[in-house]
Design a protein around this ligand. Structure first.
Ligand SMILES: *Cc1c(COP(=O)(O)O)cnc(C)c1O
Length: 470
């Protein structure tokens, strides 16, 4: 009878005694290292059972365990270079926050704060008071309340003001924002009955007038953020809607989507109706996002008539969608920058990205091209040509959907016969870098739009690691 072959594996203790395992234990703790070493040895034993012979050293196992622990230790949410050409990229976290907000958040994280404490009276305060004042000052609204995001703002307004009643909306505005935010679904979950008026392309004032009745709770307008109805169209101006609503005693809510506090035309962008415009045109309430054109943290604003805002603030759902101290700190710091619009492009990254000129970006591209070419030459010798190219970037997040910004960047052009494979391989390699680089593939090239790149040295240092991923 044959003696069974003993697997030539080191013991757990042998591996743990190795200096690599000791170093790993100093970083990740003994428990984690022991568990990982066991897992590695199990894998090796299984390989042996499958017939993969060959000696397994303690050092090899220790190293594999260390690598596995390092990989698991990487933060799951990581910093990336957004070179997609979309400034407010929802999948990449939308707005990059201003330094003032970063400081304010760090401070609020480290210490107890006056989140719900009134220093003057020593009594309980209200968390939204930290931004209520500056929102009123900047927008002219009587009052404001803050929630988790604009979807929550819409939900809370509908639940607080139109539950069990009807909400009138134009058929042309029944939007889906993506990520399953659909206006009709939001209305259903708020318990209000959607009454659609008009048609997809045309809605008249009399359509609204005829729909208003004893069961009407709200008249609502929704900004068609991410699409445009063109051609034979008619939408009722907000002012006329507001007048009709007032005449019939129904509140009028304007969901602005992005909601900007400044006239973007000042910096050569398309003029988007501001929050101030909407309130001046007679909206009783407006809702808008914190992390779109505003350039702040994720948040939702409900601003306008005091009595209506207070009904939202007192609704039980408010507690479920309220902001935490960190985002309130970030929001307060961001909003205060709007007191000095002249310095906004300098201090607010979102606006700074929007306003970078093509000439500036061409210069960035020219500076970075040689370094990227060198990195690609090491990654795949004679495989790629780097070109500086003009692009059109997008605002993103459904803000100004038709507008593009004259931009520039770098194109990685594959020299191989079958570019598809090379492109995918490079895209994967760029995503595997210490700071992942996210571009896009377009017309058989890998495109890096440089509008949102400020850390040029960091970018060059990162791509110089490309050869290691080869
Ligand atoms: C983006 C958007 C929303 C959702 O806002 P979030 O802050 O992403 O929740 C709602 N309505 C409109 C019109 C929008 O453009």
């Amino acid at each position: 009878m044959n003696k069974p072959i003993r697997s030539p594996l080191p013991s757990v203790d042998e591996v743990l005694r190795h200096e690599t395992a000791q170093a790993a234990a100093a970083r990740f703790g003994r428990t984690a290292v022991t568990a990982q070493v066991r897992r590695q040895l199990e894998g090796a034993r299984a390989a042996f059972a499958r017939g993969e012979r060959g000696e397994v050293q303690a050092e090899t196992v220790a190293l594999a365990a260390l690598q596995a622990l390092e990989e698991a230790d990487q933060p799951s949410q990581r910093r990336v270079f957004n070179l997609t050409g979309t400034v407010l990229h929802t999948n990449l976290g939308r707005a990059v926050l201003p330094e003032a907000a970063v400081q304010a958040v760090a401070e609020a994280m480290r210490s107890p704060t006056t989140l719900e404490f009134n220093l003057r009276t020593g009594q309980r305060g209200e968390r939204d008071d930290h931004v209520r004042g500056v929102v009123r000052e900047l927008t002219g609204a009587e009052d404001a309340v803050l929630v988790n995001n604009n979807a929550a703002a819409a939900l809370l307004v509908l639940a607080a003001l139109a539950k069990g009643k009807e909400t009138i909306v134009s058929r042309g505005e029944l939007i889906e924002i993506g990520g399953s935010f659909r206006m009709p679904a939001i209305m259903a979950s708020a318990g209000t009955k959607l009454v659609e008026v008009g048609t997809t392309n045309r809605t008249h004032l009399k359509d609204y007038a005829e729909a208003i009745g004893p069961r009407t709770g709200l008249l609502m307008r929704v900004h068609t953020s991410n699409y445009i109805v063109q051609g034979f169209t008619k939408a009722v101006p907000e002012k006329e809607l507001a007048d009709l609503a007032r005449e019939r005693g129904v509140p009028f809510v304007d969901d602005l989507g992005s909601g900007t506090l400044v006239d973007l035309a000042r910096w050569g962008l398309r003029r988007e109706r501001t929050v101030q415009d909407a309130l001046r045109d007679g909206a009783d309430l407006v809702t808008f996002s914190g992390d779109k054109l505003l350039g702040g943290p994720q948040a939702g604003f409900i601003a306008g008539r005091k009595d209506l805002v207070q009904r939202c603030a007192r609704h039980p759902m408010k507690r479920a969608v309220r902001l935490d101290k960190l985002r309130l700190a970030a929001l307060e710091a961001t909003l205060k920058l709007y007191r000095d619009p002249d310095r906004l492009p300098e201090l607010l990254p979102t606006l700074r990205f929007f306003t970078r000129s093509r000439d500036e970006l061409r210069a960035v591209a020219a500076r970075l091209a040689p370094g990227l070419q060198r990195a690609l030459d090491r990654f795949a010798p004679a495989g790629w040509r780097v070109e500086t190219v003009d692009y059109a970037s997008q605002i993103g997040s459904g803000a100004l959907p038709l507008d593009t910004l004259r931009s520039a960047g770098l194109a990685c052009v594959p020299l191989a016969k079958r570019p598809g494979k090379s492109l995918d391989r490079l895209a994967v390699a760029l995503r595997s870098l210490p700071i992942p680089v996210i571009g896009r593939i377009s017309e058989d090239r890998l495109v890096l739009d440089l509008r949102c790149l400020e850390d040029e040295a960091g970018f060059l240092a990162t791509v110089s690691a490309l050869d290691e991923t080869a």
